[in-house]
Write a protein that binds this ligand. Structure first.
Ligand SMILES: C[S@@+](CC[C@H](N)C(=O)[O-])C[C@H]1O[C@@H](n2cnc3c(N)ncnc32)[C@H](O)[C@@H]1O
Length: 435
């Protein structure tokens, strides 16, 4: 709230805040200590002897609270893809009703969706997740139009407006359906919040430096011709520069100044950063101001908010990908591996830990393993997934999977067959025990 809003609130007892029925209870729930514990599940673990990866079966609120003892402040990246509350029939529950508890279990069967119930589900989980993030950590949250506005309000409250990084648009489908009023929605969002935005350093794609080269064998390496002028300056940065070969005198372009003083000019000439031309065309400056590749502030582009509008990031790619791994459709609406792999690439390095506490078919685990295999870094993952039972009518049930955890764990094992020589593909499985 701004101070003006605060003053107005004090006068009128009205304030700017986001509330819903059940909010107070869910904040209490977020702060409540839990009495459960994590129990090692040897049977479901995979190459467990030498791995730092974890697969936790159970409700994620309890899991997040339990992880705090060991992982508080240690998670560099969280990616989550919570149920969107679409009200549709997926392999997982995607309708939150007024009777839903903050535990996320025992969802009601009423047909009416409740935004309040969804808010009460997500709030305590994000509250607990924040404690796990490292000071330079970041959370990415996939969401669509059903709860986008509520999620934004909750994130602003938990992470703070100043830690809002932005949002990415992902193209979900290419088909041109009409929702009845002549509009075709074919994207969803990824909200990005930092634990502390001033400490976050995202690295986008590697800069191509396409126009850099070294035609004069400069010992400082590749360079390109940069702009020697600046918008602001004064008398100390407004002077003539004389070419020693031709005696041509250059002034800054009209309304501008040199980007350096006379002293710096002298140094630049000695260092070879300013190179005088023996020949030049009419109207051309008599010198080159070299910009070195090695001096670039970053070797990376920023992350672009539209990076995921390419077709390779659409839902359909993910469905085909999962079908290729399992031989049939065992999960609804997984995310494309390439999409989450990009996020892993953009914000993590060697030794970092990635958490997904709505892990579904464990796409995030695959993305972490694929990225490690690609760049040789060592990263680890923690997956959390509720043991949601698979309906008998589903393909996954016919294939022998009884819970969504069976699907997620099997995906990691199947992907590991291809990647196990290049990275840590094992996992220690845990269950939440009430004892
Ligand atoms: C949208 S799906 C995630 C899909 C995943 N990104 C993928 O690519 O496969 C949401 C997942 O969260 C799980 N989930 C819902 N509530 C949960 C809870 N309280 N604890 C743990 N997992 C939960 C659902 O069972 C479902 O598998």
């Amino acid at each position: 709230m701004t101070s003006k809003e605060n003053k107005a609130a004090a006068e009128t007892e009205e304030r700017y805040e986001f509330i819903w029925p059940g909010k107070k209870k869910c904040i209490e729930e977020a702060k409540r200590e839990c009495c459960e514990s994590l129990v090692f599940d040897e049977q479901n673990s995979f190459m467990a002897e030498r791995t730092a990866n974890l697969y936790i079966e159970g409700d994620n609120l309890t899991a997040l609270k339990l992880l705090k003892a060991e992982y508080a402040g240690r998670i560099k990246m969280i990616y989550i893809d919570p149920p969107y509350n679409t009200g549709s029939d997926h392999i997982y529950q995607d309708r939150f009703t007024a009777g839903d508890a903050a535990s996320g279990k025992g969802r009601g069967s009423s047909n009416s969706r409740s935004h309040a119930a969804w808010c009460s589900m997500i709030y305590p989980r994000l509250y607990a997740a924040r404690d796990l993030l490292s000071e330079d950590g970041v959370i990415f949250i996939s969401i669509d139009e059903n709860e986008e506005f509520n999620l934004k309000k909750i994130c602003e409250e938990i992470f703070g407006e100043t830690n809002r990084v932005g949002e990415v648009i992902r193209k979900t489908k290419s088909m041109t359906a009409d929702d009845g009023c002549g509009f075709n929605l074919q994207h969803e969002l990824l909200l990005i919040y930092a634990k502390d935005k001033s400490r976050l350093h995202l690295k986008g794609e590697k800069k191509a430096f396409a126009n850099y080269s070294n035609p004069d064998n400069d010992p400082k390496g590749d360079w390109c011709a940069g702009d020697p002028s600046a918008r602001s300056g004064g008398p100390s940065t407004y002077f003539e520069i004389e070419n020693p070969y031709t005696h041509k005198k250059d002034l800054p372009p009209s309304g501008r100044y040199w980007a350096f003083s006379k002293e710096s000019l002298k140094r630049y000439i000695e260092e070879g950063k300013i190179k005088f031309k023996e020949k030049y065309r009419d109207g051309e400056r008599g010198f080159i101001f070299k910009r070195y590749k090695a001096d670039a502030k970053s070797q990376y582009e920023p992350v672009h908010s539209l990076f995921a509008v390419e077709n390779e990031y659409m839902n359909q790619s993910a469905t085909v990908e999962l079908r290729r791994i399992f031989g049939s459709d065992v999960f609804s609406y997984p995310k494309p591996v390439a999409y989450i792999q990009k996020l892993v690439q953009y914000c993590t390095d060697d030794g970092d830990m990635v958490l997904d506490f709505f892990s579904g078919s464990a796409t995030t685990a695959q993305a972490v393993m694929e990225q490690c295999a690609e760049d040789g870094c060592r990263r680890n993952f923690i997956m959390v997934q509720l043991a949601e039972e698979v309906d008998k009518k589903r393909n996954a049930y016919r294939e022998g999977y009884r819970t969504l955890c069976d699907v997620g764990r099997q995906r990691i094992r199947l992907v590991a067959e291809q990647l196990k020589d290049s990275t840590d593909c094992g996992f220690k499985a845990f269950r939440i025990s009430e004892d």
